[in-house]
Ligand binder design. Sequence first.
Ligand code: 2P0
Length: 338
Amino acid sequence: PGTGSAAGDATAVAHPNIALVKYWGKRDEQLVLPWTDSLSMTLDVFPTTTRVRLDPGAGEDTVTLDGTPLEGEPRRRVTAFLDLVRERAGSPLRAVVDTRNTVPTGAGLASSASGFAALATAAGAAYGLGLDATGLSRLARRGSGSASRSVFGGFAIWHAGQPDRGGDPDLGSYAEPVPVPVAALDPALVVAVVDAGPKAVSSREAMRRTVATSPLYRPWAASSQADLTEMQEALRRADLDAVGEVAERNALGMHATMLAARPAVRYLSAATVTVLDAVLELRRAGVSAWATMDAGPNVKVLCRRSEADRVAGVVREAVRGGSVHIAGPGPGARLLDA
Ligand code: 2P0
């Protein structure tokens, strides 16, 4: 994060990230502590820009998203986050929060990751918390788990932290960059938006239900740890096929845990499966293409940047009417100059 925004008024930009080894399930809802480590790539598309301005005269926070006041649970999550920042800053001041999203909100395209990474960065500066990147990552985590990873650009690992070590459990759970030979890996994610509408079940509720009721949750969490080790090795040697293979199986396994929850959570739609078939066809034709899906029906296809146009063309045929975007590794959260 840079400097430059004035005290009491700061603007930050952050990008969404897509997990190659997923975060799914909390061991502590209050502190947003996950059961498993996760690993992601921050994108260079769909930035969120958030301005936080302290308002000494105001009796409550004002929160707008793309110019429209937030209400209900989304507003409550932002004000609860600001309460946490105020508590740390020792400040009673309310704030005016203005957020601009370029990603469809609530469609499993990680708008909460870019959103809370930008909010943590802007609010941290506006309230003068003086946090380093690790501290910002911990703070962003409290807003939304995946936001801890969007504080960093490129590839990032979010450490679950040790459950029963004593001490402050907040301190052990944060993200940090993973060094990856990006030029050799040449990664791209082709984002297939098959449905940009908001989801029926929030990822928060879906995770809760999965952990509480799915007989597949524990086996997946255990295998995810092995996936993480394999993923880190594959990234280190810039082996895109190995990265894709692990990412795809980790995501399908996560969705299996949800399908086995009671009642089931199913984010994958017929359009999702059509794209998955297209990805299989690409692989049969010798193209390295691997799919991952989050808390929604949209598909992100990992491939080589040099083959991304071809992959996007095939995916575009498959989605018909949806939109297709090509993303590469993007930057971490940063403050804009005032
Ligand atoms: C991830 N997802 O690793 C996983 C994979 C969706 C599927 O992180 O409850 O919005 O705010 O911590 O971060 C989406 O969940 O959830 C998510 P909360 P978040 O990217």
